[in-house]
Design a protein around this ligand. Structure first.
Ligand SMILES: Cc1ncc(COP(=O)(O)O)c(C=O)c1O
Length: 396
């Protein structure tokens, strides 16, 4: 069989299950009605941020010319890393070209047995973690011990079971979770997780992709909150925080905030850092400007959280299931893939753009239309959305 025929057959199978994806144009003039974008603070379109990107590119060039370990270690990277470390209240930070790369290769480096003197780490993961976190576990060849989504009692049970009397106490323990779940739109009970990690001396690796800019003190993420267990984990060097610049920060790329020594380990052993060209200086200039603005946007964050609460209330009145959402991400869980595609196209007819999220991104029979709220959505847009939702009838 040739490649084209094999691809055609695979696509036909996906289409049969309403799982085939297609690329659609995203006209800039329709951003106001777009609920599929992760530009939660609308920073991607701010002039001062775009200008800062230009200024940095003018100074350093359009490209970094190589890996940071070769020709690419421009001064702007080191300056941004110092800024990110301060923003996250961490000792150090390392910048990556994408969140996927940071997770897949940064977490894989943390899980590498060679780091732990040959001992295979016990890796406790939330069942609904992002694909890039799963990818890291596969890359490192570790078995995941999965706990039920956000269920800290289950995590405690699994930690006890695997670290009890008969367990090998030399095995490192690592807990991996998101802090705002991108598809559920709910918050990690971070204090409880930190307390469990402290009790078990586990390393915590948190993904703040959807929290950075929107949650935590001044939008610094949940990992930046003050709590004795978090302080204790930080003091042990067991608090590793990843986040992206691609969502609320409005640009692209990612960071891992950690201790200086773990950063130096990543510089040496993280494949996505060692074997990849550093990000464009444009990105670095724009991100730096965005990070300097984010702490000031408290009113915008409050308005966003209030809008989400209002939308949930109204959606419930209309009979919609918003699942576990308690953030600016509000899923409308409809179950079947066909109902999901129908609701998305019904909203599209009212000019409202949304994302149809289907398995394997979410569990089977939990397909949903994902509404990602941003600070540019006006009251009139919410009215338009609710009117369209009110007129939807399930036919699937
Ligand atoms: C939780 C989570 N982590 C990581 C990523 C990857 O980030 P990026 O889009 O910057 O590659 C995403 C993006 O979809 C995400 O939702």
């Amino acid at each position: 069989m040739n490649l084209s025929r094999a691809s055609q057959q695979r696509l036909e199978l996906l289409a049969q299950d309403s799982l085939k994806r297609v690329l659609l144009p995203c006209p800039l003039d329709q951003r106001g009605l777009d609920f599929s974008s992760n530009d939660y603070l609308c920073l991607s379109q701010r002039n001062d941020i775009v200008e800062a990107g230009h200024a940095c590119a003018k100074k350093y060039g359009a490209g970094a010319t190589g890996s940071r370990l070769l020709s690419g270690n421009l001064a702007c990277f080191e300056a941004l890393e110092a800024q990110v470390a301060e923003f996250k209240n961490a000792e150090a930070a390392l910048v990556f070209s994408s969140g996927y790369q940071a997770n897949a290769t940064g977490l894989a480096a943390l899980l590498d047995q060679n780091l732990w003197g040959g001992a295979e780490p016990l890796v406790f993961t939330d069942r609904l973690n992002h694909a890039s976190l799963h990818h890291a576990c596969q890359l490192a060849g570790v078995k995941q011990i999965r706990f039920r989504h956000n269920d800290m009692a289950h995590l405690a049970e699994l930690l006890d079971k695997h670290t009890g009397k008969h367990a090998d106490s030399t095995q490192p323990k690592i807990i991996v979770s998101e802090t705002v779940f991108g598809m559920e739109g709910d918050l990690l009970p971070i204090e409880q997780l930190a307390e469990l990690a402290q009790q078990h001396k586990a390393v915590v690796y948190l993904d703040e992709a959807h929290a950075t800019g929107v949650w935590g003190p001044q939008g610094r993420g949940l990992g930046a909150i003050q709590h004795p267990a978090i302080d204790a984990l930080k003091a042990m060097g067991h608090w590793v925080i990843m986040g992206t610049f691609s969502k609320a920060v409005g640009v692209s790329g990612a960071y891992i905030a950690c201790t200086e020594i773990f950063k130096q380990y990543l510089v040496n052993r993280c494949t996505g850092f060692v074997y990849s060209t550093a990000p464009s200086p444009f990105v670095i200039g724009a991100v730096s400007k965005a990070l300097s603005i984010i702490p000031e946007l408290s009113h915008e964050r409050e308005a966003l959280h209030a809008a989400a609460q209002h939308l949930r209330t109204k959606a419930h009145e209309l009979g919609f299931d918003t699942g576990l959402s308690n953030t600016h991400i509000v899923p409308l869980v409809v179950g079947s893939n066909t109902a999901c595609l129908e609701l998305k196209s019904h909203l599209q007819q009212a000019d409202i753009r949304t994302s149809a999220v289907r398995p394997p991104t979410v569990p089977p029979k939990a397909a949903r239309v994902r509404l990602a709220l941003n600070t540019g959505h006006s009251p009139a847009v919410y009215e338009q959305l609710l009117k369209a939702l009110a007129s939807w009838k399930v036919t699937a």
